[in-house]
Design a protein around this ligand. Sequence first.
Ligand code: ACM
Length: 759
Amino acid sequence: MTMTSLRTVAVSAIALAAALCANAANAESAGLTLTPAPAKAVRAEGTFKLSAATRIAFAKGDVEARGVANQLADLIRRSRGFRPVVVEGPAPGAIVLTREGPAGEAYKLDVAPGGVTIAAAKRAGLFYGAMSLWQLATPDAAKGPVAIPAAAIEDAPRFAWRGLMIDSARHVQSLDTLKAVIDAMAAHKMNTFHWHLVDDQGWRLEIKKYPKLTQVAGWRHDPGAAVKDPKYGGFYTQDQARELVAYAAARNITVVPEIETPGHALAPIVAYPELGTAAPDASHMGDWGVFPWLYNTDDATFAFLDNVLNEVMDIFPSPFIHVGGDEATKEQWQASPKIQAKIKELGLKDEHELQSWFIQRVGKSLDKRGRRLIGWDEILEGGLAPNATVMSWRGIDGAIAAAKAGHDTVLSPHPTLYLDHRQSGSWEEPTGRGKIITLKDVYAFDPAPAQLTPDERKHILGVQANVWTEHMQTDIRMQQMAFPRAIALAERGWTREADISWDDFARRLPAEMARLKVLGVTANTIPFEPSPKLSAGEGGKTRLDLSAPLGVGEVRYTTDGKAPTTSSTAYAGPLELAAGATVKARTFVDGQALGRERVYKVDPASLNTRVSGQLKRCTSQVPLLMIDDAPAAFDKRAMFDVDIFNPCWIWEGAELPKGALLTARIGQIPFNFQVGKDRDKIPLRAPATPGGELEVRLSCTGERIAAIPLGDSAKNPALSTVSGRLPAQAGKVDLCLSFTSKTLDPFWVLERVTVKPAN
Ligand code: ACM
């Protein structure tokens, strides 16, 4: 054995011993329901009884501690239904907030039968100690008094930046919704709310000097076939933004505003065309994708940005101001003689160096007020001011390059931390992008890339998940996409690597879901719940698969109509059921329900119908889960699961020995995607009739066996139903379904298909 390997063994043994010690003292072995798991938690004998008679005490004159005490009392009232009394000065047997504790965001929490102490030198630490105590008081959804297990907790964060980005540009959320999101973040010790306030689709922050930013650029015409209201949008007044900043600050959350430059700038250029290099077209403000409109480089444009950023900095005390920098495609700069002359005048090589110069110039406005610039990882291209911070979104390569170049960086990589992707393969998932990023995928994200040395890793400020809202038309959908996944990231941002345990995190999920509900956010339950898959069983029976997509806990079910409980039969494999049978099923973790009870009535006829999400996409280039935009209450609208680069679906394993009647419910979505030249790659098959057809092939490259005319369906903005006969086929066949059309408008999508075999 060489000296080096001996040394490695010795070091590993010490590391292993340290890890074992840490494990022995962490929340997993302590069995507590604390999320994020704390650095150290040791259980002791007995419990502390929290009831309406409990007092929360703070030292005389400690205004900050009084505030935290009241926040804790309010949360206890919301979850348990009673409010402990907050008292100033000594109070034996109380929950006592004291400043004799660790600095920064760290805290100590001692729970003993005779009283509780939350100790932290700073308000942030006191607040986090209070959040931990609230979590210990909410191990489940029950109301009334609770016995909190005695424990000694010493806790501090792993990373300084524990962020969540909400996109309020594509769809606007109410201030109340954003406050609920902030409550949920704070309860899980997240401390950075990145507010995406500006994009091509809308400008959302009142700027007093430029009223047209909100009067004009705050509104758009949504291109949905039947959404006739030309005024979709809205904005936040400066007073509202200040209200949110204060609300967040009281919960140890910094609001980092983002004003996008030089791209994603259609909206401000619509309001003030002199800011751009090409005439804006407001009709595109309802599109999605990467737009060509960029700010120009006139002095007047920088004066505009300087004025805007000054108002922004007046509202947001955040040390960081986000200036965007992503996806600024350079066609307009390439086509503009004025911009080309500017590149020459500055002695720059190309448009990338001009973007770098642009960002550095914007950064000067921030420097003047002692703020730090942060931008998406494209700001690295062409050079960067030394104090600029890089938010890595195109994977983590940007973070690695930034850290190696000595820049601070935040990890928010696509796809793992992009919460606009769906959370499971269930067809019931809310709208979003089609790749599956599960709660477990987010939890498994490694925030310490092996490519970096320990010194370089010091530049990683932390982690952030991003909620882009193109396909989240409602506040509820935004919350369902953000939660519970944001909680998994909260743990990755706070908890040390040695204490990361998916199994332990999963054990805490029922408590987490109950807490999120109390905090007023609607979290997605679908991945936890039994997800029915029906198929033909033996002897005319129907086979029902009840597995839950995420596989957390165990599914239990009944067939006698009773609600499933922890003592109901555990699901161990597909059930063979007769027509008319009713199955009630639910997931349980450690004796607590997780997700809703689901009820399935076995109807063999339903085997003949599949919604688009139960069909197979022919390809998955840009898969989206979209809603129909025909006029109806949002949550009654049909869902389409479609690859927008190839709208084509496969019904696998159809049996039609005597032929079948195929009935399809179809809809149309506006093709409002800015995909540049890729648009030409979307296959268009020539129609044979004026209204086009739904074509059916035997596998996508095989023989066409039916072409069902769509007739006048294009005139109907809502769902239409078409049907036609399929000829007899031997054995099992895969039916490939696609539409003919001369243009991308109408863009046909399948909502559901019924294949009823002839007999
Ligand atoms: C981004 O997703 N364009 C930052």
